[in-house]
Design a protein around this ligand. Structure first.
Ligand code: PLP
Length: 372
């Protein structure tokens, strides 16, 4: 049977939750499950407000709009991420300017960020950090730098619900944060997301914009451009069942990561994504790098050996500054995310990965490494 990188992990509990949502009669489209899911997500992320949405990308878009980002503005975005982070900036008409990662977390380099914000002439409307593969960025420094320069920080926590950093949860950093419940994420609503914030005005604004910016009138009246971004009640029911199992899923993904470290860590040239000091990653995906000079083989050799056995492994996210679509955008710093992309590999990391599957994966990797 095919082994996937990060498949949905659902059970009868989720099926019952969906049926509960259905039987309650709240199909179209909002309802009590949405409100309950929002309260639970706000509590999980240590925020006062949450707006459940149709995707994590929608949450990023609304967070940027709330920050006043629009045409002519520039936004600093971590280059090593999924395209959704940068695309959300483009939706507003603003221009993403990319920032390289630091070695200690693989997330936005605080030194490069400070340098960019201090440079004369360039003005940035917002900063978007990304919590890569379930690991929070260095928020102690990044929050201080953004505060010092009076620039809005938005946390792309799409991969990091369940993580902690210095005692604070993933999703609790910056003016607002985006969560994702896409099918491959640590918890899923089959597709969905949320915006979490401590600001009443941000939450109210997100709610307004996500429901087509309807004015307070008996007829349909609109003074602004709106969006259809709300989450449905049925999917919120599914999300609540998933959220109740989040901690167990984090434990399982961390156990996968630990197993890979113990069984592959001795191979020459193999290094795992470091865990930032004071942070606890969910290890949504286990990521490692293979230095071809030390290992005698490259990432692609390992990946293709796995693919041949119907095992899905992936290179890291291709950094945005290397994407054809963003090739003319400015990049600050450089080198580290390029190297991580060249040598990096994500191994199957699902919370439903079995011991036998893990053993098979490790066996294949050790085999190709041994033959090299
Ligand atoms: C998944 C993801 C998103 C987008 O979330 P969707 O719910 O798929 O729209 C944004 N940023 C990062 C880093 C992601 O991994």
């Amino acid at each position: 049977m095919r082994i996937y990188l990060s498949p949905p992990d659902v059970s009868d509990t989720e099926r019952h939750a969906l049926v509960r949502g259905f039987d309650s009669g709240w199909i179209a489209p909002l309802g009590p499950e949405v409100s309950a899911f929002e309260s639970e997500l706000a509590e999980n992320t240590g925020r006062s407000r949450c707006i459940a949405l149709s995707s994590g990308t929608a949450a990023l878009h609304l967070a940027l709009l709330d920050a006043g980002v629009g045409p002519g503005d520039r936004v600093l975005v971590q280059s090593l991420t999924f395209s959704a982070s940068a695309n959300a900036v483009m939706y507003t008409g603003a221009e993403p300017v990319f920032v390289d990662s630091e070695a200690g977390s693989w997330n936005m380099d605080p030194d490069l960020l400070a340098e960019a914000l201090s440079s004369n002439g360039e003005r940035y409307k917002a900063v978007m950090t990304v919590d890569l593969y379930g690991q929070c960025a260095d928020y102690e420094r990044i929050e201080a730098i953004c505060a010092q320069h009076g620039v809005t920080l938005i946390e792309d926590a799409a991969e990091a619900i369940g993580a902690t950093y210095r005692g604070k949860p993933g999703g609790s950093f910056g003016a607002s944060a985006a969560l994702s419940f896409n099918g491959n994420k640590i918890i899923t609503t089959s597709g969905g997301g949320a915006l979490v914030t401590n600001s009443e005005t941000t939450a109210d604004r997100a709610l307004f914009l996500s429901t087509q910016a309807r004015d307070d009138a008996p007829h349909y009246q609109h003074s602004e451009l709106g969006y259809n971004y709300r989450m449905s009640n049925l999917l919120a029911a599914l999300g609540r069942a998933q959220l109740a199992g989040l901690e167990a899923k984090v434990e399982k993904r961390r156990a996968n990561n630990n197993y890979y470290r113990e069984t592959l860590g001795d191979l020459p040239g193999v290094e795992f994504m470091p865990e930032i000091e004071g942070g606890r990653s969910t290890f949504w995906l286990t990521a490692l790098t293979i230095d071809p000079d030390l290992a005698g083989l490259d990432r692609e050799t390992v990946r293709l050996a796995l693919v041949e056995r119907e095992i899905e492994a992936r290179p890291l996210w291709k950094p945005m500054h290397l994407q054809p679509f963003y090739s003319s955008n400015k990049m600050i710093g450089g080198g580290l995310s390029d190297r991580l992309f060249a040598n990096g590999l994500c191994l199957p990391s699902g919370s439903n990965l079995t011991d036998t599957e893990r053993e098979e994966i490790v066996g294949i990797v050790r085999n190709v490494a041994g033959a090299a």
